[in-house]
Structure formats: C-alpha cells, structure tokens
Design a protein around this ligand. Structure first.
Ligand code: PMV
Length: 323
C-alpha cells in the first residue's frame, strides 16, 4: 500500500471552542472561527502494512507509548472502520515548532493524520468529510483542513459539525506573532478545560451572547475592519480565560509573561500601533497585527524579559498532500 505524506497548519481561534455538547464525537456548544498559521505546522506520513502486528507511532523522532499512542490508535480505528480494513499503520509525525514549547499541536497533528491515513488506506474524502474526520481527533483540527480563515459550524450531529473556509489566505494581510513565554508543557489540557466549561457561572452568559459575537466578528473580518475585529477577538480571549479561572476546579493558564505581553500590547495601542492579543489553552500569547506593523511590534516584544521566542505567521493554506 502506498505511503502518503501530508503537511497541515496549526490555527489560532478568534472565536474559541470551549465546552463539548458531545464529548465522544467532539460536538461543540458553539461555532468557532480561526486562521491557519503559516509558521506552525506538522508533516505526517502514514503507511499501512499487512506485516505489522500493531500501529507504530513516531512523533518528533521518538516512538510513543501510553496515552499519546492510544489517542492516535483510537483515531486510526475510526479510519479503519470507515475503510472496512483491519490493517495496522506506521505513522511518522514531525512538528516544525518544538513540541515542548507549549504551542497547541493537536490541530495540525490530527488534521495531517486525517488526510494521510484516509488516503493511505484507500479512501478519497471530500473537504467536508475530512473536516468531520479531523474533528474526531481534536475539535480544533477540523478548522485546519480548509484554506485561510475557517468557520467551524457547531452543528448537532457527526454529519453536521464541520468547518469551511470563509476567506482565502491572501484575503487579508493579518499576522499572528506567537509570543512564547513558557517552554513547559501546560498543567491542564484543553480536554480538561472542555469538561469543566459548564461549571463556570459565566457559561450561560456566554451561550446567550456568542451567536451575535460570531456574527459581528465575521462581519469585521470580511470588511477588514481591524480595530473592531481586534477589540472583539480580545474580548473573546478574556472570556475564555475568565471561564477557565471560574470553573470547578479552576484552571489558570496564564503566567507572569502572559501578563507582561498583554500590557505591552495595550501600551503599543496607546502609542498608536494597532495590535491585539489572544491566548488558547496555555500561557503563550498570539499577537494579532497587520503586516505593515509586524517588524515594529516584534522588536518591542523581543526586548521583554519573559519572551523566549517569537514565531511570525501569516494566514496559510489548509491540509494538503506533499508529493
Ligand atoms: O481542539 P482542542 O480540544 O484542543 O480545543 C481547543 C481549545 C482552544 O484552543 C482553547 C480554542 C480553539 O477553538 O482552538
């Protein structure tokens, strides 16, 4: 059987996926919106082999065992069931960013694995079907499949919960400066966060307001109103973290570096340079700006004592096969 190699980007959520209506299928409570990242990606190759007695999973050069392996095997089981074949695979996956840098890699990893595994086993899935499959591995992976800017429509079932592209990568010269302030693996995974989301007293308020926030963010994105867009994505990031901090048990993702970067961004705005922050389930800050301001903002952030490194990103294409 043939070996298939795939490259897939990570993504940053402007509207966040937080909390699952169905945790076995990864059906979210609300729709979400993101941009694919040109500088943070995974390259995965998959080869099914009749001679193998079990799946062999290599991540960043090391054979993995335990829960990390089990998660990939469970995902490969879904692919095997779809194809009606009982055959094991050799998976080799590499991130171009250090996997211990605390940058979420599940979106790029599971979207890459979706295309590589489905194609290697002989399936030919449409973009919609790939997004549905990627969602089963990790919710946010469903958004990495499509080009540029994606919207994951929450839906209510396996067939109706998937992402589509709402704008091509070249649509807007938006940048995401991934500002790394911690190299350590985070203490609480997003899976834990999702499972306690409904225990926050702010959960009901979020559900009430989220539809209109999504509508507005999409409107500001598609009309390239950067100031309004930035204010809204920052508001959304704070809401996610307030929810995490008020869940039972509470989850704190920020560290001192997170706060130092956030105040620097506010200071830059006061000086007239438009830029905004958002954070996923970790301490690192995604600084969103326009291409014309990237250099200036980078040089300011580099001087901060808590900044370890900065990874600049443009909007990128989605999951694709490497020939
Ligand atoms: O895809 P997951 O289960 O790792 O969840 C992602 C959660 C956030 O990154 C915080 C938000 C998002 O929509 O990407």
């Amino acid at each position: 059987m043939k070996k298939v190699r795939v490259k897939s980007p990570s993504n940053i959520a402007f509207i966040k996926f937080w909390g699952k209506k169905d945790s076995s299928l990864n059906i979210p409570f609300n729709s979400s919106i993101s941009m694919n990242l040109s500088g943070c990606y995974t390259v995965t190759s998959v080869e099914f082999d009749e001679k193998l007695r079990e799946d062999l999973i290599k991540i960043d050069g090391k054979i993995v065992e335990g829960e990390k392996k089990d998660r990939v095997v469970r995902f490969l089981d879904i692919v095997r069931k779809k194809a009606g074949k009982k055959i094991f695979a050799r998976v080799d996956s590499k991130n171009n960013f250090p996997s211990d840098a605390g940058i979420a890699s599940s979106a790029s990893a599971f979207s890459a694995l979706s295309l590589a595994a489905s194609k290697a086993i002989g399936l030919s899935l449409s973009e919609k079907e790939l997004s549905i499959l990627a969602r089963r591995g990790s919710g946010s992976a469903s958004r990495s499949v499509n080009d540029g800017f994606s919207e994951w429509v929450a839906g209510t079932s396996d067939k109706t919960s998937y992402s589509k592209s709402i704008a091509k990568p070249t649509f807007w010269d938006l940048r995401d400066l991934v500002t790394v302030v911690s190299n350590k693996a985070k203490k609480s995974s997003s899976t834990e966060g999702h499972s306690v989301a409904t225990t926050s007293p702010f959960f009901a308020t979020r559900q009430k307001n989220i539809k209109s926030r999504i509508k507005n963010l999409k409107r500001f994105l598609l009309s390239k109103n950067f100031e309004k867009f930035g204010q809204l994505l920052e508001e959304e990031a704070i809401e996610l973290h307030v929810m995490a901090m008020t869940s039972k048990p509470a989850i704190y993702y920020w560290n001192e570096g997170t706060v130092e970067v956030m105040s620097t961004i506010r200071a830059l705005r006061e000086e007239g340079t438009l830029c905004y922050y958002t954070m996923d389930a970790g301490p690192n800050v995604h600084v969103i700006c326009l291409g014309k301001d990237e250099k200036k903002i980078m040089s300011r952030l580099k001087r901060l004592k808590s900044v370890i490194k900065i990874i600049p990103n443009e909007a990128s294409r989605g999951t694709g096969e490497l020939k």
